[in-house]
Design a protein around this ligand. Structure first.
Ligand code: BGC
Length: 252
């Protein structure tokens, strides 16, 4: 039988977050603990911080499945890219390295894929048929592609080349902050980005996640798209929810 409780950990460019999750409801059973990502984002430093975080999250719950999500292409437990973290991650057998350090089985997954899976189980993509494209607007842009609830992993559409630019450098929330863009100016870039996705994938629904999606009323109404575009339900917790849920799914 599947576990109904698991631990989710979300490793990001700025923070590492974790909590115990109820997988029936998607509710957090503990406070969400967050520790800043060590400068430079090197593997050993992140492993040390994650070990500390897990010890704080998992008090007395040593046997729970653990899922970890990370901003990289993940193939067979290996991190195959590195954006906003150290290049040392490229080609690293991350899942087994973390298993050794944390002394328990781990399931490793891309952060946007985890968020997309969480929204399909507990949020805005629940019971939605057809093609759903979730985008997370944060330090980078993460994407998760779902067809009838089935995830196509590692789409990495934040790195689409538009006008010769890796477009997450123009349209991620970090670009808005870095360049102090107004909602209008940022929305002009988002318009280009979502129109390109729309032309390529003809989705039935766009879901917009990341912390900034709590301000969706300031920018989503500015976009002119054929496809419905709605905010994610779980925003900054979607990664930990999805990582926990996928850890249990992969145990079965
Ligand atoms: C990374 C993706 C990640 C996204 C959001 C991108 O820069 O390449 O793997 O999902 O940022 O964190």
């Amino acid at each position: 039988m599947s576990a109904t409780t698991a631990i989710g950990i979300d490793i990001g460019g700025t923070g590492i977050k974790g909590a115990v999750i109820n997988l029936t409801t998607g509710a957090l059973l503990t406070d969400r603990i967050k520790i800043p990502t060590p400068k430079g984002g090197r593997p050993q430093d992140i492993i040390d911080t994650t070990t500390e975080l897990l010890a704080r999250v998992a008090t007395g719950t040593d046997d729970l499945p653990v899922g970890i999500c990370f901003p990289a292409v993940i193939k067979n437990g290996h991190t195959m890219s590195a954006a906003n973290v150290s290049d040392k991650w490229i080609g690293l057998a991350a899942e087994s390295v973390f298993e050794k350090a944390l002394k328990r089985p781990i399931h490793f997954v891309n952060d946007a894929d985890a968020a997309g899976y969480a929204e399909s189980q507990f949020g805005a993509a629940q019971n939605v048929s057809g093609v759903v494209l979730l985008t997370t607007l944060g330090t980078g842009i993460g994407t998760a592609l779902l067809n009838n609830g089935v995830l196509v992993p590692n789409t990495e559409l934040g790195h689409l080349q538009i006008e010769g630019k890796d477009y997450e450098s123009k349209a991620a929330y970090s670009a808005k902050e870095r360049e102090d863009l107004s909602w209008d100016k940022w929305a002009t870039r988002l318009q280009k980005y979502y129109s390109t996705l729309e032309a390529l994938f003809s989705p039935d629904l766009f879901i917009v996640g990341g912390g900034v999606s709590k301000h969706h009323e300031d920018f989503l109404p500015l976009l002119r798209l054929k496809t419905r575009i709605i905010p994610a339900v779980h925003r900054n917790n979607a990664g930990i929810l999805g990582a926990a849920a996928l850890a249990v799914k992969h145990q079965d």
